[in-house]
Design a protein around this ligand. Structure first.
Ligand SMILES: C[S@@+](CC[C@H](N)C(=O)[O-])C[C@H]1O[C@@H](n2cnc3c(N)ncnc32)[C@H](O)[C@@H]1O
Length: 1007
């Protein structure tokens, strides 16, 4: 019996849920544990695993209904998730006295609690209640959309804006379980039981799900959460640590979490006591520092003072605070002055007033006409390379570093209540002395702490991303990316945590996770944000990895210990207990895996902009020695040489080896899903071949919109698809023959498309154009990958055959042929009767308009479509070729240029009347009847919708042929007449009106 996912997948609803999860930012479950790049949404993982476990029956509509019920993504499920918030007063009421006193004021939460902290408090209250008390609390929710009919009338994406995410509710309600069990023949009352029963049926035991590229752990974590046994491994120990923490700390249940939290609090108190004793964060006014702002300074040739560098000197937008610089007659160092300015002045500062770095040039603050190229300042041989023992720049270095501002905080009692007062100030003599003391304290401990692994000692290995700090600052070791203050405080955390004296894995992991959070949020690569809304605009810190690079900065912010507490205080733990099964996490090359899993769900790195092995070292440097004690069998470096990367020969070979290995380690009844966030669907031919060569056969492919780069899912513009390719083991290596395969591919593509169209009918559209195209590729792969050889040729040999650029193998040609079949099968609604009489380029233009009218703006999709219709040059047809803003020309947009006489038309008339026929090799569209029809629309529109000019143009151009084409023209005009009414196609309004009027005139035309 096929699995549900082999036949269908609820793409549209899943995409909406994945989008919501991604948008959840700080409320996402796993990112709280630490930074990793390219995490997959948990809802997608959940749906994928359940889709692989659920059998498909002969009633696809019912299957879909049940599948959605299990995920609480059916209409009833979504309504039950539309719960609204529990009012704060109700939380307060339900809290124990201790929690109430600690976290609540008279009316609500105590001031200053972050959203995350509030979440944790609520989770603690929830945990302390019995079932009846929980129900009573839950009953106090107020639904944001109180009326069910009103809720159901919304689109799914709009509905779930008001809903909890599926992962945050208990699962289907009792009545849903009755229906689910009836359809599946199970007796489950929760997800784990269902998974257990379905696994038992197919594999004879609780299903085991594996991911050999587990990264941040989404796949093993979600597998474990729904009741599977999970196996996760990654080449990079940082990823394995995150995965281990997701399963054992985050998912470890209340007792584990409380223990860790308590310990963490104790360490923090101890560290805070030491910092206070050292006196490095307090001044003699009773204030404590919250933020230290540093910048680089340079003394260019011909300048007799050091210029402090920053692209902007705004410190806090809310308080309108900026820094200005004064010369000092006794020194070549400038003095900062922290001042409050007027709104107008602030605007000028935001507009780069006083900026000393603009467009990679250093600007003299006292003479903006004097500037120096930063590249030239580094010198022809580049900067001096720092050595391990350099903690600050040496006096002779080009780039010096200095403290220029401090934010102080003090609690005062106002009207009987505590109130926090903040103040920004330039450093004074006492502050500079404290800086010296920090350096002294660190220098005294440096060697010992490096040896013990409290601070990094690793050198930075040269690479694509890692070369940036080496080149731009001369930093050669990971600790060079931190100020002495940061090294001292982070190192102190490890010291007081006693990580060196323990083998307690939980203790070490908790400390490593804290250190990683501290280093991401507190390094010399953390921008100072004077405007961040979330901070109330008082000024805040960005994270090191705000993007996937190691970008050096000219000015940055350093946190004091108090603001680090929030990062390292385990506020992310909110009592999540995973079903206690045997989960395993390893750190090995995927080629060496020896664990067997029933289902492998993987998300390999592909042509990836992320250099995991380089970026991961930023974190690993902080805890490599500690990790070696907690997990002696894990390697202590990222083994860059083994990382799968790129998209060339090395990538293909590694991937074939890895997937061969996975196929060896799964039962014959097992399934695999390979996820790829794709840019170009043609990549799928390549990947398909790799998996084919690995002994797998493709059975389905689905695209889910998972990435949310900018706009949103509604606009469809910037949403990136993750393709999920479903595979089984190829058990027999039957020989295949290309000519036979052609016919089979054609049938399979048509069958696949018809079944998707049937699911789309009558409901909200589930599939978009990209899905249909992908389905065509998948259908071709489905046919091809069942064979062991094609025309006697071995697949593996074909995958690695050396070919000239643009040369295609027969396999690739066949896969592309599938796309043409799909393109031709998908006729825009309303053009069915005319389709056959259109040339390929005309079909392309109309299909492209069709996808444009459905909101598609990705240029890649227009290019892919062109491939399907064999159109090699689409530029003359595109009004805009922006990557995410592609649009076709409207009728009038083509103008009068580029027209050439139709094959059976009247050339003399055309050139005589227009004098603008195309010269040279014209584009095939230029002579097509459709192009002339568009011109006739333009003529009609230009003569204020008098259709005579358009009609006359067509009669002149086509001569007697006009009468044979008239009906065809009318059908096309009617279709174009509707475009202007479509959302997002307002540019067509005038031309559509002209088309409608011209159609009426043609209908009444007589010879
Ligand atoms: C796209 S990421 C996976 C992200 C993951 N699915 C998540 O949700 O966080 C790919 C992963 O493959 C890992 N990797 C690269 N080469 C590998 C190899 N040879 N063996 C095992 N893992 C490898 C990288 O370290 C990276 O974590």
């Amino acid at each position: 019996m096929p699995a549900f996912i082999e036949t269908q997948f609820p793409i549209a609803r899943l995409s909406a849920e994945a989008y919501k999860e991604r948008k959840g930012a700080s409320s996402q479950t796993l990112p709280k544990l630490g930074k990793w790049w390219g995490r997959k949404p948990l809802i997608l993982v959940r749906a994928a695993i359940l889709g692989m476990l659920l059998p498909a029956s002969d009633n696809p509509k019912k299957d879909r209904e049940i599948f959605l019920k299990i995920l609480t993504m059916d209409d009833d499920g979504a309504w039950q998730r539309c719960k609204g918030e529990i009012p704060v007063a109700a939380w307060r009421e339900a809290a124990t006295d201790d929690i109430r006193d600690e976290y609540f004021g008279a009316r609500g939460f105590r001031q200053g609690l972050s959203d995350e902290e509030k979440e944790v408090v609520c989770a603690r209250i929830w945990e302390s209640l019995d079932d009846d008390q929980r129900k009573a609390l839950d009953d106090q929710r107020r639904r944001p959309v109180p009326d069910r009919a009103e809720f159901d009338a919304l689109s799914y994406a709009e509905r779930i804006r008001h809903c909890e995410r599926p992962e945050n509710v208990r699962g289907p309600v009792e009545s849903a379980w009755i229906e689910i069990n009836e359809h599946l023949g199970t007796t489950a009352t929760n997800l784990s039981e269902l998974v257990q029963q379905l696994g038992q049926r197919t594999f004879g035991h609780t299903p085991r799900v594996g991911d050999c590229f587990c990264g941040g752990g989404s796949i093993p974590f979600e597998a474990a959460r729904i009741g599977c046994q999970a196996f996760g491994s990654d080449l990079n120990p940082v990823a394995s640590l995150l995965t281990w923490a997701s399963l054992n700390l985050l998912g470890g249940g209340r007792e584990v979490q409380e223990k860790v939290r308590r310990r963490q609090e104790e360490f923090f108190v101890a560290a805070d006591r030491q910092i206070t004793e050292w006196g490095i964060e307090h001044n003699d006014r009773g204030e404590r520092a919250e933020a230290f702002l540093y910048c680089v300074e340079v003394k260019p040739e011909g300048c007799d003072y050091y210029i402090p560098l920053a692209p902007s000197w705004v410190i806090s937008e809310k308080y309108r605070i900026v820094v200005t610089w004064r010369k000092d007659p006794d020194s070549d160092r400038l003095n900062p002055k922290v001042i409050t300015v007027s709104e107008e002045e602030l605007k000028l500062f935001k507009d780069k007033k006083g900026a000393t770095v603009i467009d990679s040039r250093v600007i003299d603050p006292f003479n903006p006409n004097r500037s120096w190229s930063i590249e030239a300042l580094r010198g022809p041989g580049g900067l001096r390379r720092w050595t391990n023992d350099d903690l600050v720049p040496r006096p002779e270095d080009v780039f010096q570093e200095r403290l220029y501002c401090i934010r102080w905080i003090k609690t005062v009692i106002k009207n009987g209540k505590p109130k926090e007062i903040r103040r920004y100030a330039a450093p004074e003599a006492g502050d500079l002395a404290r800086e010296e003391k920090v350096l002294e304290l660190l220098s005294e401990r440096f060697v010992d702490w490096q040896q013990k692994g409290f601070i990094p000692s690793k050198a930075i290995i040269s690479g694509y991303n890692t070369d940036q700090p080496i080149r731009e600052r001369g930093w050669t070791h990971w600790h060079h990316l931190f100020t002495p203050r940061q090294l001292l405080v982070h190192g102190l955390f490890s010291l007081v945590a006693g990580v060196n004296e323990t083998k307690d894995v939980y203790k070490i992991v908790a400390n490593s996770i804290s250190l990683a959070a501290c280093s991401n949020w507190n390094s010399k690569l953390c921008q100072w944000l004077p405007h961040l809304a979330a901070s109330g605009g008082i000024g805040a810190f960005a994270q090191t990895f705000y993007n996937q690079a190691l970008n050096t900065l000219f000015n940055w912010g350093v946190r004091s210990t108090t603001t680090l507490e929030k990062l390292s205080g385990f506020s992310y733990l909110n009592s999540l207990a995973l079903p206690q099964l045997k989960h395993l996490v390893a750190s090995i090359d995927a080629r060496d895996i020896t664990e067997t899993c029933d289902l492998w769900v993987t998300d390999p790195p592909y042509a990836d902009a992320v250099n995991y092995h380089e970026l991961g070292d930023f974190f690993l440097a902080w805890y490599d020695k500690q990790l070696a004690r907690a997990f002696p069998e894990w390697p202590s470096d990222a083994r860059a040489e083994l990382a799968v990367r790129g998209d060339g020969e090395y990538f293909r070979r590694s991937m074939v080896e890895i997937y061969k290995n996975l196929a060896r380690h799964m039962p014959d009844s097992g399934l695999q899903m390979v996820m790829f966030t794709h840019q170009d669907p043609a990549v799928w031919a390549d990947l398909g071949m790799i998996l084919w060569a690995a002994g797998l056969k493709a059975i389905a492919a689905w695209t889910i919109s998972t990435e949310t780069e900018a706009a949103g899912i509604k606009k469809g513009n910037y949403v990136q698809g993750t393709v999920c390719l479903v595979l089984r083991k190829r058990l027999a290596n039957e020989p295949g023959f290309l000519d036979e395969a052609h016919a089979l591919v054609e049938d399979e593509v048509k069958r696949q498309i018809a079944s998707m169209q049937a699911l789309d009918e009558g409901g909200e559209p589930n599939f978009n154009d990209a899905d249909y195209q992908l389905a065509a590729y998948a259908a071709a792969l489905k046919v091809l990958t069942q064979y062991g050889t094609l025309d006697g040729r071995d697949v593996e040999h074909e995958v690695f055959a050396v070919r000239a650029r643009n040369e295609k193998s027969d396999f690739q040609a066949l896969i592309e042929r599938a796309l043409s079949i799909a393109c031709d099968t998908l006729v825009p609604r309303g053009l069915e009767a005319s389709w056959r009489s259109l040339s390929l380029v005309e079909r392309y233009y109309l299909r492209a308009l069709d996808i444009e009218s459905r909101g598609e703006r990705r240029k890649g999709m227009y290019e892919e479509l062109a491939r399907g219709f064999g159109v090699t040059d689409i530029r003359p047809l595109l009004k805009s070729d922006k990557a995410n803003g592609a649009r076709m020309h409207i009728a009038s947009g083509f103008g009068a240029t580029g027209l050439s006489a139709p094959k059976d038309g009247n050339t003399a008339v055309l050139s005589a009347r227009r004098g603008r026929t195309a010269t040279g090799a014209a584009h095939p569209f230029a002579s097509s009847p459709l192009r002339h029809l568009l011109f006739a629309i333009r003529e009609t529109s230009a003569s204020v919708n008098n259709p005579e000019t358009g009609r006359q143009y067509l009669r002149d151009t086509f001569g007697q042929g006009y009468w044979g084409q008239r009906e065809h023209f009318i059908a096309l005009l009617e279709w174009l007449a509707n475009l202007g009414n479509t959302e997002g196609m307002h540019e067509w309004i005038n031309d559509s009106e002209a088309a409608r009027i011209l159609a009426g005139r043609l209908r009444n035309d007589h010879p």
